[in-house]
Design a protein around this ligand. Structure first.
Ligand SMILES: [Ca+2]
Ligand SMILES: [Ca+2]
Ligand SMILES: [Zn+2]
Ligand SMILES: [Zn+2]
Length: 246
């Protein structure tokens, strides 16, 4: 939490109220299941109650108002996977096998393919070290985990910043796939944290959800960490709950 709060005051001064309102609705729609009209005809939950859910997730004061701390979190680049899952149809949250294939379908034009390959290998290795899971490189377009820097699904990205990547729960087809937003500039300078970020997305591909614990690799916002290539004890416990111990 501290990481986002530090920049709160600087950020809020730069923001126009109108832009803010649409950002805020979009954020709650995308990550907290806010709907203007509830298709089931039940009483819809108000925007402010969804905002309280978001504030609670990030450990902020649950004011139900868009204060500067809340806004700062909403403007922090993050993963595209929602923070609450009860409204999303889930395909099931684990693979029924321990040996998974992965393949890079489309590379970014920002980095050499060999750099991307080694980032992905080291990100997957973080999970393999602490679980019975094994990852085998494949060149097929039908690998279990397809990694893409372009994508054609119904969850469009948003240009630079904002959402950086997203991933799908274990399952057939698009299940387990990881997509990075090619509108980001994936630079070599990003590398020190890039394997952590990729490992976060692979966590979703293995069935993990977002964590409220800022120490966890599965925390939803992107930030530079002091240490790299390290899972938190919570991450290790959660992957072991699903797949068993190493
Ligand atoms: Ca797949
Ligand atoms: Ca983006
Ligand atoms: Zn995520
Ligand atoms: Zn996608």
């Amino acid at each position: 939490m501290g990481l986002s709060l530090g920049i709160a005051c600087a950020v809020v001064l730069l923001v126009l109220p109108l832009i803010t309102f649409s950002l805020f609705q979009k954020y709650l729609r995308r990550f907290y299941g806010f709907q203007e009209v509830d298709p089931a005809g039940r009483r819809k939950r108000s925007l402010s109650s969804k905002l309280k859910d978001m504030q609670s997730f990030f450990g902020l004061n649950q004011t139900g108002n868009l204060d500067s701390y809340t806004l700062a979190v909403m403007q922090t680049p993050r993963c595209g996977v929602p923070d609450v899952h009860d409204y999303v149809h889930s395909q099931g949250n684990r693979w029924t096998k321990n040996v998974l294939t992965y393949s890079v379908g489309r590379y970014t034009s920002d980095l050499p393919a060999s750099t991307v390959d080694s980032l992905i290998a080291s990100a997957l290795d973080m999970w393999a070290k602490v679980s019975p899971l094994r990852f085998i490189r494949s060149f097929s377009q039908q690998a279990d985990i397809m990694v893409e820097f372009e994508h054609g699904d119904s969850f469009p990205f948003d240009g630079p910043k904002g959402t950086l990547a997203h991933a799908f729960d274990p399952g057939e087809g698009i299940g387990g796939d990881v997509h990075f937003d090619e509108d980001e500039l994936w630079t070599a300078g990003f590398n020190s944290s890039a394997s952590d970020f990729a490992a976060h997305e692979f966590g979703h591909a293995l069935g993990l959800r977002h964590s409220q614990n800022p120490e966890s690799l599965m925390y939803p916002t992107y930030r530079a960490r002091k240490t790299h290539n390290l899972l938190s004890s919570e991450d290790i416990m959660n992957i072991n709950v699903i797949y068993g111990m190493h």
